[in-house]
Design a protein around this ligand. Structure first.
Ligand code: ADP
Ligand code: ADP
Ligand code: ZN
Length: 223
């Protein structure tokens, strides 16, 4: 493997397993997991001014406008731990964001080396999102049936309290999937045309998806 920076994008609808897989892949790849949703939720938790600007979009399951989102993510990518790459989860989510990312990376003499698109049928996504539980302290992701913690309501990693995200309630889940199909799924074609896309079947056990993703992350130049 070359010393080229490893900017890898995990693409996929809400519930596809991006966060779960990113947590597993970041060690193998040696680059940090950068999740736009986690960055937003940190602002909400800390009640920042930026958080107040974006809270309504997130509660409704709408996308935050491109300029705000791109500025937040690029600020994160400018930190020193992202110098050699990052595992991007949940960003880009629109063609506008993808173009802004290409532009910003090329100004740094860098580029995305691979886009991994995790494919899962909508009915499975609804089941996954409604059973998702997240650790309040460390952000670890569980599922009440498919990936339960050892002790009910407690995080295996840190003992923190598990909670259900407000936007994982049924009404918002359906709306977020609609938003995905309308605004994010065009990215599949965008990256396919550029020869950067690998599609992975995400409707398999977590370990199997992990194995296929690892095999697809080659970062060997042209792609
Ligand atoms: P999921 O893990 O279910 O795909 P995320 O945690 O990535 O959801 O995102 C939660 C919410 O944060 C989204 O519904 C949206 O409101 C906002 N958000 C996250 N990433 C982006 C983005 N790249 N562009 C616009 N909004 C975003
Ligand atoms: P995303 O970040 O794409 O929104 P998550 O990683 O948060 O998705 O996963 C959504 C939910 O589905 C979580 O509850 C997670 O435990 C569960 N999950 C993730 N991958 C799988 C899988 N391969 N099979 C079954 N459930 C899964
Ligand atoms: Zn935890």
């Amino acid at each position: 493997m070359s010393s080229e920076p490893k900017f890898i994008v995990l693409l996929g609808p809400p519930g596809a397993g991006k966060g779960t897989q990113a947590a597993l892949l970041q060690e193998t790849l040696g680059v940090p997991h950068v999740a736009s949703g986690d960055l937003f939720r940190e602002h909400l938790l800390n009640k920042t001014k930026f958080g107040r600007q974006v809270v309504t979009y997130i509660e409704r399951g709408e996308l935050v406008p491109d300029d705000l989102t791109t500025a937040m993510v690029m600020e994160r990518l400018s930190q020193s731990d992202c110098q050699h790459g990052a595992l991007l989860d949940g960003f880009p989510r629109t063609i506008g964001q993808a173009m802004a990312l290409d532009q910003a990376l090329s100004e740094r003499g860098q580029r995305i080396c691979r886009v991994l698109s995790i494919v899962v049928p909508d009915e499975v996504l609804v089941e996954r999102l409604s059973g998702r539980r997240v650790c309040r302290s460390c952000g670890a992701v569980y599922h009440v049936i498919f990936n339960p913690p050892h002790q009910d309501g407690r995080c295996d990693r840190c003992g923190g309290e598990l909670y259900q995200r407000d936007d994982d309630r049924p009404g918002t889940v359906r709306y977020r999937l609609k938003v995905y199909w309308e605004q994010t799924s065009p990215l599949i074609e965008y990256y396919k045309q550029r020869g950067m896309l690998t599609e992975i079947n995400g409707d398999q056990p977590i370990e199997k998806v992990e194995e296929e993703l690892k095999a697809a992350v080659t970062c060997d130049g042209r792609g």
